[in-house]
Each structure stands twice: as structure tokens, then as C-alpha cells.
Ligand binder design. Structure first.
Ligand SMILES: [Ca+2]
Ligand SMILES: [Ca+2]
Ligand SMILES: [Ca+2]
Length: 552
């Protein structure tokens, strides 16, 4: 007999907290992904395939989960190797960057302040959570030793040029602060509890750091649900999924309070309009004060806003006058983000030669069409938008431009094509023209007074352009004369190809017989169809020639 025993499942050793219970990330004080569902994610891989985190065992970025925008893993160790990114004299949070911050190499960083690895992640909060659609940013780092409380800072910077590396001597940082940069400063205890987490926004001026601490919490385990930021440290010894060596543990193991991670809801902090973050700097310091002496740092990229590119294609081109064309703009974003906004098309011309970058001016703008603004998206990158139909009223060369206007910075930056760009040229060709339409009358040429005779009609249609067309239509002879007989058929069909720049000629010979006052009349009705299917009347068509018999 088999005894069935119900065993409760304890699959989570840590509470899976996240900032604002967003459900996007495990702010749980460890590095590996515990959840076996797609979300929340964590920095590193757990043992199961369903526990694939942001980075593999070498720190390479795995495919990002739903909502993921960007993730970076930075090696700032090991402790035994000279660190080329440590702060030196004068570097302070309250000072702007390039004018005051400097770095220098160090081979003896204070063990408890030596950063081994740091990582960053940006994501859009998943649907179905209280923070759905918000921009979330996470950071984490490992330190070499835990003999003392950990004091840290995290800068989220907009200027993508902020950086400093030195292999010898003091080197100044590049880059500057921008209004809206965020600084978190905190302290976690030797037991792994976050005791202080203060937040500041760079506002410039004489007091450049505005304290926004009240909008957040400290340790995620105890911070209010409404908090826009909170953090965790490890309260136990934890494994690392990549090679790590701290001061006291075995390989790939961090002792208590050697790991720190933090999450921020930037949409919440900025009331729905967060700036575009480009860089992060994690630092260690002498205290959680904004005037503390800064020690080690790890720097890296973190792009919360995608970069847009726009590609356009005018079609069809060339066209014949009377035809129409549209421009298709395709917007692509650098991260898996939503394309949303408008595309504004403008047409300039006509020009006598293909337009260049300087051709498109307000005076050459086709104001009857431009600006032509259409909606693009919302939808996942890439998205396309098609202009309204443009029907030029004159022949020549036209230049299009297209500008993507994102709804928000989350949807990329403004991107535009330039006058004269490839794919933005529209050529409008001339329509064919009747250049000769006449007749000879025998036996009394031009004087049809004999009551009967033979008339020979001839028609020439000339192409003035670079486009081949097919001609169609007819030359029909009729009238009130007693008899009209034409050889080769009446009406004469004008079906013939007309190559670019060439003439097409047609003739029709007819005999007639009548009395005074009767008429003989010839009408040409010529059409053309170009290679794009544009059809229209040949210039000068229809035309009718009539003569009256004046028999003496
Ligand atoms: Ca974690
Ligand atoms: Ca975890
Ligand atoms: Ca460093």
C-alpha cells in the first residue's frame, strides 16, 4: 500500500519584493533568478532554464525579458588587480563632473569599498501591475569585504559622455550633470539591512541637489508600497553566477552585506515625465552624505530611451505628370520599444535637377501639400507610416523630407531625413505632346474644291522625357461628305510604344466625294500609359481638323 503525503512547496527562500510591487525584478537580496515564471527577472541565471536572468556566467547579456530596455554588466575587479576607476581628490557629489571629478588608478582600494562587479537594468513595468507602463531602473554591485557598513552612491546620468579611466596619474572626468540626474546615497549594515537610502535630483544652481528622499523607502522589505525606490543587501551568504572572489569566502560566494541592489520607478519620481538616462556610476564612499569622500566606482551604460532612425522611400518614381506618389517612412528604435507619435512629410520643388541638401527652403516648399502629418504607431519597433497622396502639378524633380516626432522620449528621439537623401527623390516626367498634325490634299493640295480627292493625315507625337510610354487612342475620319473611304482602317488605332525622347508618327490616307458645303473631319484622341500605370491624354489631344467641300 502506498501512502500519499502532501508536501508543501517552499520554492522561494527570499521574499520576491520589487519597487512598488512592480513584479518586474527580484529585489530580494540575492543575484540569481528564483522565479520560474518569465517575470520577475534577476541579475543572474538560476539552475533551471526557466530561471534565466539578465546575464550569463560570463556577464554577457541574455535576451531581455518582456519590457526590458537595456542591461549592462561591468567588471570592476578583482581586488588583486589595479583598479583604473577610483575617485581622487576633489570629486564630490555636490560638484559638477568634468570641472571637479577626477580618477586615478589604485592598487590598494580599501577592501570594504572595493567594487568587484556592477550591473544595470532598465525596463517598462509589465501590464497587470500597479506600476504598469512605468520606467523602472535597477542597479546592483558586489564588494570585496564586509568589515563595516556599506556606504554607496548611485548616479543615474543623462549625459552619455560621462566617463573616466586612468592607468597612470590623475585624469579629469568627461561629461556634465544635467537637470534631472538622479543620485541615490545609502548605507547598509553589516547584517545586510539597508538603513539609509536618500535620493536627490540634480537641479543646478548654488544648491544643485534637491532632496527627494520622501518619495521613496530604504529596505524594500519594509518600505511603503507607494515608494518610488527601495533597495536590498544580502542578509546571508549568497552565490554569484559568475567568477567572483571576496576577501573571506570561497570562490563565487559573497559574505553577508557584500551585495547591494536598488530599484527606482523613474516615472513615479518624475510624475510621468522621466528624463532619458544614458549612464550609471556606482560608488563607495565614507558616508551616505552628499559631501562624503568618494572611493571606488564602477561605470557603465544604461539607456532608458531608445534612439530613433528613420528610413524613407518615395514610390512610385518617376511618374508622369498627372500621376501621384507617396512617401513611406519607417522608424526603427535601438531597443525593443514602442514607436509612437507622428511623421511630418514635406515636399519641395519642382527643381530642374535633383535636389541637394540645401535645396529645400520655405520658398520651394509645395505648400498645397506640406506639411502632411500622419500618425505612426503605437506599435513595436519598427513601424511605418505612409504620407497622403501627392499629385504634382508640374514636371521636374521633387525632394521629400520626413520627420519623426515621438510622443514621449520613451518612443525615441526626433529623427528626420535631409533634403536630397536617397529614397526621397520624386521625378515627374513630361507628358507626350502632339507636335505635328496636318494633311495634304490631292489633286488640289489644300484647296478641296473639286468635290473629290485624297487626303493624307499625318500625326507626330513626341516624348520630351526620360520615361517610356505606351500610346493608345485613335485617328478617326468622318464628316457629311457622300463618301469617305480610308485605307488601313478607320479609325486608325494609335497603339504603339513611344520610347523616351523619340517621335511616334502615324498616317492615314482617305478618299472622299461630296458636294459643296459637305465636310470631312479628322479627330485625333491620343492617350498614354507610363511604366507605372499612370495614364492620361497626350498633350494637344483631342484635336479635330475639318474642311468644307466648296465644289464650283
Ligand atoms: Ca536580486
Ligand atoms: Ca533572486
Ligand atoms: Ca573601480
Amino acid at each position: 500500500m502506498t501512502l500519499a503525503i502532501a508536501v508543501p512547496l517552499f520554492t522561494r527562500a527570499f521574499a520576491l519584493t520589487d519597487v512598488g510591487n512592480a513584479g518586474a525584478f527580484e529585489l530580494d537580496g540575492n543575484i540569481v533568478k528564483d522565479a520560474t515564471t518569465a517575470l520577475p527577472t534577476d541579475w543572474g541565471n538560476g539552475p533551471l532554464a526557466s530561471q534565466t536572468g539578465l546575464f550569463d556566467s560570463n556577464g554577457a547579456t541574455n535576451p531581455l525579458p518582456t519590457g526590458g530596455l537595456d542591461a549592462h554588466w561591468v567588471n570592476d575587479g578583482p581586488h588583486s588587480v589595479t583598479d583604473t576607476t577610483t575617485f581622487t581628490t576633489g570629486s564630490k557629489d555636490i560638484l559638477d563632473i568634468s570641472a571637479n571629478w577626477a580618477c586615478t588608478p589604485s592598487s590598494n582600494v580599501t577592501p570594504k569599498d572595493d567594487i568587484l562587479h556592477a550591473y544595470s537594468y532598465a525596463a517598462i513595468a509589465p501590464t497587470g501591475t500597479s506600476r504598469a507602463g512605468d520606467l523602472l531602473v535597477y542597479g546592483g554591485f558586489e564588494r570585496f569585504a564586509n568589515n563595516g557598513a556599506g556606504d554607496l552612491g548611485l548616479w543615474l546620468l543623462q549625459d552619455p559622455t560621462v566617463s573616466c579611466v586612468s592607468t597612470k596619474g590623475t585624469v579629469s572626468f568627461t561629461g556634465v550633470h544635467m537637470v534631472g540626474d538622479i543620485l541615490l546615497v545609502g548605507e547598509f549594515s553589516t547584517g545586510g539591512t539597508v538603513t539609509t537610502l536618500n535620493a536627490f535630483e540634480w537641479v543646478g544652481g548654488s544648491s544643485p541637489l534637491m532632496n527627494i528622499t520622501a518619495t521613496g523607502g530604504a529596505d524594500c522589505r519594509t518600505s511603503p508600497a507607494a515608494a518610488n525606490f527601495c533597495s536590498r543587501s544580502n542578509t546571508l551568504s549568497i552565490p554569484t553566477p559568475w567568477p567572483t572572489q571576496d576577501k573571506t569566502s570561497g570562490p563565487n560566494t559573497l559574505a553577508t552585506a557584500e551585495f547591494f541592489e536598488v530599484g527606482l520607478d523613474l516615472t513615479g519620481i518624475f510624475n510621468g515625465n522621466p528624463p532619458c538616462i544614458s549612464r550609471f556610476i556606482f560608488d563607495t564612499r565614507t558616508s551616505p552624505s552628499t559631501t562624503a569622500t568618494l572611493v571606488d566606482y564602477a561605470q557603465g551604460a544604461l539607456s532608458t530611451c531608445p534612439t530613433s532612425t528613420i528610413f524613407t522611400s518615395v514610390s512610385p518614381t518617376p511618374i508622369t505628370l498627372g500621376g501621384s506618389s507617396t512617401d513611406t517612412a519607417t522608424v526603427t528604435l535601438t531597443t525593443a520599444s514602442t514607436v509612437s507619435g507622428t511623421v511630418t512629410f514635406n515636399v519641395y520643388g519642382p527643381f530642374s535637377s535633383p535636389p541637394t541638401a540645401t535645396s529645400c527652403t520655405s520658398s520651394s516648399l509645395v505648400k498645397s501639400f506640406s506639411p502632411n502629418t500622419v500618425t505612426i504607431g503605437p506599435g513595436p519597433s519598427p513601424q511605418s507610416a505612409i504620407s497622403s497622396t501627392f499629385t504634382p502639378s508640374a514636371t521636374g524633380y521633387y525632394g521629400w523630407t520626413a520627420t519623426y516626432n515621438p510622443a514621449t522620449p520613451r518612443n525615441g528621439n526626433i529623427a528626420f531625413t535631409t533634403c536630397g537623401d536617397g529614397g526621397e527623390l520624386l521625378v515627374v516626367a513630361s507628358i507626350p505632346k502632339i507636335t505635328a498634325f496636318g494633311f495634304t490634299n490631292t489633286p488640289d493640295n489644300g484647296d478641296p474644291t473639286l468635290g473629290s480627292g485624297t487626303v493624307v493625315y499625318s500625326v507626330t507625337i513626341h516624348s520630351y522625357d526620360t520615361l517610356d510610354v505606351m500610346l493608345s487612342g485613335s485617328l478617326a475620319v468622318s464628316g457629311t461628305a457622300n463618301t469617305i473611304m480610308c485605307t488601313g482602317g478607320n479609325p486608325l488605332q494609335l497603339s504603339a510604344p513611344l520610347p523616351a525622347g523619340m517621335d511616334a508618327t502615324f498616317s492615314l490616307t482617305c478618299t472622299y466625294n461630296g458636294t459643296s458645303g459637305q465636310t470631312v473631319s479628322a479627330t485625333i484622341s491620343a492617350m498614354f500609359t507610363d511604366t507605372n500605370g499612370v495614364t492620361g491624354a497626350v498633350s494637344g489631344s483631342p484635336t479635330t481638323y475639318t474642311f468644307t467641300i466648296q465644289k464650283l
